[in-house]
Ligand binder design. Structure first.
Ligand code: 3PG
Length: 305
């Protein structure tokens, strides 16, 4: 079988070597398409692929239609909002992700961003500490759980809102379950977003929630820009000079936000939460193993469609 790794944002070389080892040991052929400049290159490369490994690369109906042999797509990572699940299902193509494999990397970056924000973007003026502050996790999935673990070391009080996670799971992790998302926002000095981008969550964080944040709060977004109502965020930041927004996902209205809140917003140049050698190795090799298991035994335990 031909396994195509198509990554606009490449994995570390050590991860690619590991993926190759797994794929070739299973008797398959690995084809690598990295940093592709045009969609045409991707459409071309998928034409003969039986399996596809991607990251945030867009796999829409056009890409799937260009891949007549394709049986499985594995998103080496957590969020699969970049893949057209309906189109894949209609074609009988299995879509999987690799949950948890890159979550520690993202969680560590939450603190990189949070420390920068409370230290006033490193401008040299007196900031505040994380110790003793209230950290609110909007969702308690794999990343949220890693963030909670690290937050304990900082001496933070951690709460979470997640209607899909039982309260006992949070309590066992030393996290206080909160009943409503409004209560979470109202009680968080640092609010960290960990919800996926779905039709229900898109644009769901707007004026109503952001206005509830306590004085001096910091919002950390390492999830997806789509979950934010970006014009509303700009308006709230302009009205509330005490708030800060730091994100690993560059907003569409970055210039507007920078103008509305000079020195109070920061965006990484390119999404890099999962961009560590460790996360690349974990997610990449998990993807390769899942493809091997799929072709060998029909295993689809990580299927999301
Ligand atoms: C994910 O959903 O796994 C993260 O957002 C990482 O995405 P990336 O593989 O594009 O860095």
């Amino acid at each position: 079988m031909k396994v195509l790794v198509a990554t606009e944002k490449p994995f570390a070389k050590v991860a690619v070597d590991g993926i190759r080892e797994v794929i070739e040991a299973a008797g398959h052929e690995l084809v690598l398409l990295e940093k592709y400049g045009s969609r045409a290159e991707l459409l071309d490369a998928v034409a003969t692929a039986h399996a596809l490994i991607v990251r945030s690369d867009k796999v829409d109906a056009e890409v799937l239609a260009a891949a007549p042999e394709l049986k499985i797509v594995v998103r080496a990572g957590a969020g699969y909002d970049n893949i057209d699940l309906q189109a894949a299902t209609a074609r009988g193509i299995v879509v999987e992700n690799t949950p948890g494999q890159n979550s520690n990397a993202v969680a560590e970056l939450v603190f990189g961003l949070a420390v920068m924000a409370v230290r006033r973007m490193y401008d040299g003026s007196a900031g505040t500490e994380l110790r003793g502050k209230h950290l609110g996790l909007q969702a308690f999935g794999q990343v949220g759980r890693c963030v909670a673990r690290i937050a304990a070391g900082f001496g933070m009080h951690v709460s979470a809102f997640d209607p899909f996670c039982p309260a006992e799971v949070m309590q066992q992790a030393g996290v206080e379950p909160v009943d409503t998302v409004e209560a979470l926002y109202a009680g968080s000095d640092v609010l960290s977003i960990h919800i996926p981008a779905t039709p229900e969550t898109r644009g769901s964080i707007g004026t109503a929630l952001l206005s509830l944040l306590p004085k001096g709060a910091v919002v950390v977004n390492t999830a997806r820009k789509e979950v934010i109502d970006e014009p509303a965020l700009a308006a709230v930041l302009a009205e509330r000079p005490d708030l800060r927004y730091v994100a690993d996902v560059r907003p569409d209205n970055a210039a507007e936000l920078e103008a509305a809140a000079p020195g109070r917003v920061f965006f990484t140049p390119k999404k890099m939460g999962a961009q560590t050698a460790e996360a690349n190795i974990n997610a990449g090799i998990a993807a390769a193993r899942q493809i091997d298991a799929f072709f060998r035994t029909g295993d689809t335990r990580f299927r999301v469609n």
